[in-house]
Ligand binder design. Sequence first.
Ligand code: B1M
Length: 212
Amino acid sequence: MDHKEAIFQGILEGDMAAVDAATRASLDAGLAANELLDQAMIPAMDEVGRLFEENEYYVPELLIAARAMKAGLAILRPHLVAQGIGSRGKVALGTVKGDLHDIGKNLVGIMIEGAGFEVVDLGVDVSPAQFVQAVEEENAQVIGLSALLTTTMPSMQRTIEALREAGLRDKVKVIIGGAPVTQRYADEIGADGYTRDAAAAAKLVRQMLSED
Ligand code: B1M
């Protein structure tokens, strides 16, 4: 089994130690961090999702797979974050109210940090009021909302409404993403941007903040 297969298999089996070892071995062998992410870790989580849909995996398997992926991601993090933090602007990120999925959101944070922005991670299950507070108290110029459940997507719209009610809508750009989210939904709810993946989110933030 090569290193990428070992990472893939380790995530599928929720074997944190195997993912840790294979990720380190891959980097030592000269493989690029983004290659490991795109060709082993993300496909492994997709496969976990497929197995869950087919009732071969249940929530405990999802949890241990997620824990194994996070172990690998922690090793990749310094490699993905190439530049220093904080000079270009501030982005507050969170997974919306009712939603506990944070792997994609964490990846978006890593890529935005890598593009040279300060990231305030608000965590998961973040209410519209907490996003409003982050704009007021942290002076974030962009907020990023992540949702993985179709049932939590409406919280994105509620967050945009809460910003409007607080008189802050013109002061902050709102970007959204997550597996069930689409450009069409972003247009419908009046978000400023949508991206399909974390690398594109970092690119979008760069474009948005250089326009100001
Ligand atoms: Co859950 N889960 N889960 N889960 N889970 C999904 C999302 C699901 C699609 C699985 C399935 O049925 N195939 C399904 C949602 C169905 C739907 O709504 N349409 C689902 C379900 C149903 C549930 C529960 C309801 C299960 C239950 O309890 N019966 C429950 C809900 C809990 C809650 O949130 N309230 C639940 C729980 C969990 C765990 C906690 C066990 C665990 C999460 C652990 C964690 O995150 N710490 C979990 C997992 C691991 C998954 C799957 C398998 C993997 C998600 C993941 O991490 N993907 C997922 C199936 C799947 O997605 N294939 C599934 C890897 C990650 C890198 O991708 O997050 O999509 P992703 O991020 C991408 C892009 O979307 C984008 O960038 C990333 C890539 O670069 N992106 C953004 C994300 N956020 C962005 C923000 C941006 C821009 C881009 O701008 C701000």
